[in-house]
Design a binder for this molecule. Sequence first.
Ligand code: ZN
Length: 380
Amino acid sequence: MRKISFIFLAFLISMCFSFSTTNNTVRADNPESASILEIKQLISEIYISSLDEVKNRTAGSHGESAFADILSGKLSEMGLSFLPETESFTQSFSISDNKTSKNVVGFKNNNSENYVVIGAHYDSIYLEGLSYGFNDNLSGVVGTLQLAKKLSEVNLNYNIIVVFYGAEEVGCLGSKYFLSQLSSEIKNNILLSVNFDSIGSGDKLYYFHTDYPTQYGNIIDSFLSQQTNSFNKPNTNRLFSSLFNNDLNYTTISLNSDNSSYIKQGINSLFFFAGDLDTNNGLGFFEKQGYSKIMHNTDTEQVNISVFGDLFYENISAITDLCFNLFADESFNESNFYAGQIDVILYSDWALKILGVILIALIITGFYIFVNLKDKKKKQ
Ligand SMILES: [Zn+2]
């Protein structure tokens, strides 16, 4: 029995190592670049100047609705229009018997049959004095606005849809609703959906392609040098990488945001996140500074900026610059590389848990049978 346990353990350990990744710290080359100044300006315009009204943006709240109006105004300023199926920048949906949330949706029509969706949730967790959703997810909202503005100013061979999702914190309801209302004509022609969630506060930047964990640094570097080749095929070992991976937290975190709604519909997605996933379930960067390890207890401007300083803005800028360079690049712009590339093998968190339980049950049963057989032999 010992030998068998050892072999099984060795198998598990080798699986863990074969899927583990290392991470590099990424910083923007020029901390005071124009895009960083633009990010600071945007934060002061849409957030600081109306903090009392928008600091509580819980799903269905007055603050969430007020923030939706501010974001609609921004999309209008950029000259974006409505999607063919909506009559305004906002799309309301019910989240409970007496509560309504809304998505804010803008459209840049480049007369193409293909679409790229960029987005972030704008609702947040609220705790008076402790959490006003600065990193989660004002950072993602500002990154999306900045990327949308840049993309709306260049000629692209695909249309851009910009979405600010409501009610993410209560189960990704906004993204689910958005996709449920989208015509199949659009839905089937989304080349890529990009989601920014909590992209400011962290020592490291991460991205996830579909639901497969990857390391930002080296891979993004190669995107920039040889984009078409290295942005490559979706991982087909998803079940294995999720079940036997010592980066299980990565997979879990990557499925905790609006990109999961796209993955579930088989739409190619990219998710960006800042953090330090190597320690304390990804929240070690706060604990190191003496703050609570619960991210949502420490999500004010004061805390985030006192811990990260300009790195907060640099992270947002690095991610939006990267996406812009990638999306505006000819190799992306002129090819349908992403269309229909996803091999939809969908294993939801629940399916994984059930499979895990079945696996453990099989191991225990096997062990029981083995011991029983041994006992019988002894008796004989
Ligand atoms: Zn979030």
